[in-house]
Write a protein of this length. Structure first.
Lengths: 179, 179
DNA sequence: CAACTCCGGTTCAGTGAGCGAACCAGCGGA
DNA sequence: TCCGCTGGTTCGCTCACTGAACCGGAGTTG
């Protein structure tokens, strides 16, 4: 959020957190990272974000240790660190609030415990086994409020609208097209 | 966040939520509302936000049903609605993340179950009784990471740095000064 | 009733961030 | 050698944020 560095209320961790993830687009980038997006171009097309802004946000997130920039595999990959994964409760509660108040037809994307397929409650617990479900054990899939746009021919969008586990890279969907 | 209204990814409740609470300053205003701030001038001085921006944010939050503007008591009061109180998990998880990664000396403000004085865990449960603590039953007080700035002579700041329950208005602290 | 104060705003010029579209460079194949 | 893919950078334009001054109604005081 780049509040003035002489920000008066240093004693609030909320302000500190917002300096990192409070800027425009940043949490949407993080969300896509949870969904498995890892490549610059995929973030750009999925979000429709200006590429210069995307560059700036990715740089900030890497500098702050939320993402790592992995260059070793020939293609650049941006992957969530543990610190980034720790943002999941924030992302989840924002999704829940949006679903509760702006999606009368039901949740747009349902979160399930991958092990037993049961839905998660608002605290992130499995409604069947009561377990606190880890991010990697969470499956996401279109819910009753989902509205297919019909124009998702690109493999990345198609992969994102298919039931899959969080953090699982979608790169596979690109290199091995569905057809 | 005022994403372009033709925002491509309508199927994400996160984007919808960020259109309301993702703009600069908005979540800080909501946080202060949880802390008991209700008056225009108090928001302005506590946050150091430009008054024109504060006007715009309050208007948006009232229009969206997060706050109500109560004019009946002679003075204008902005109070959280149920929809606004439902933002608490978002605010709490942001505070937790900020404390975890940017406050090595410990939490800046501790959240406790007012009934038994025990701390809350990251899910908002009382560590002693295990109960999911409602917002109004939460007490907030300076924690080990708190750094007194020493210059808080105004009664509002003083009240905010004193153990007190969430949502309890600080108006009392203004009309009945401590001395 | 006039002067003063408090308070919730509005106005306004200056600036910086976001925007979109074009451009650039390295690399791997054909 | 040419081509296309990919991860960026460059560059005007616009618009929201900034800070400081100003405004007007409601008490209140002499």
């Amino acid at each position: 959020m780049s509040l003035p560095s002489t920000y008066s209320e240093r004693n609030c961790s909320l302000a500190r957190a917002l300096e990192i993830v409070g800027e425009r687009w940043t949490l949407l980038i993080v969300r896509d990272a949870f969904y498995g997006v890892r490549r610059f171009g995929d973030f750009a097309t999925q979000l429709g974000i200006p590429r210069a802004v995307l560059t700036a946000r990715l740089k900030l997130l890497v500098r702050e240790g939320v993402l790592t920039r992995d260059d070793s595999a020939g293609t650049v990959e941006y992957v969530l660190t543990d610190k980034g994964v720790a943002l999941w409760p924030i992302v989840r509660s924002l999704i829940n609030w949006g679903d509760d108040f702006y999606s009368p037809a039901g949740v747009k994307r349902a979160l399930r415990h991958d092990a037993d397929g049961a839905l998660l409650d608002h605290e992130g617990r499995c409604e069947k086994c009561g377990e606190l479900v880890a991010v990697g054990d969470t499956r996401i899939e279109p819910g009753p409020g989902f509205r297919p746009t019909g124009a998702e021919v690109d493999p990345v969008s198609a992969a994102l609208n298919t039931p899959r586990r969080l953090l699982e890279p979608i790169s596979a969907a690109r290199t091995t097209p569905a057809g």
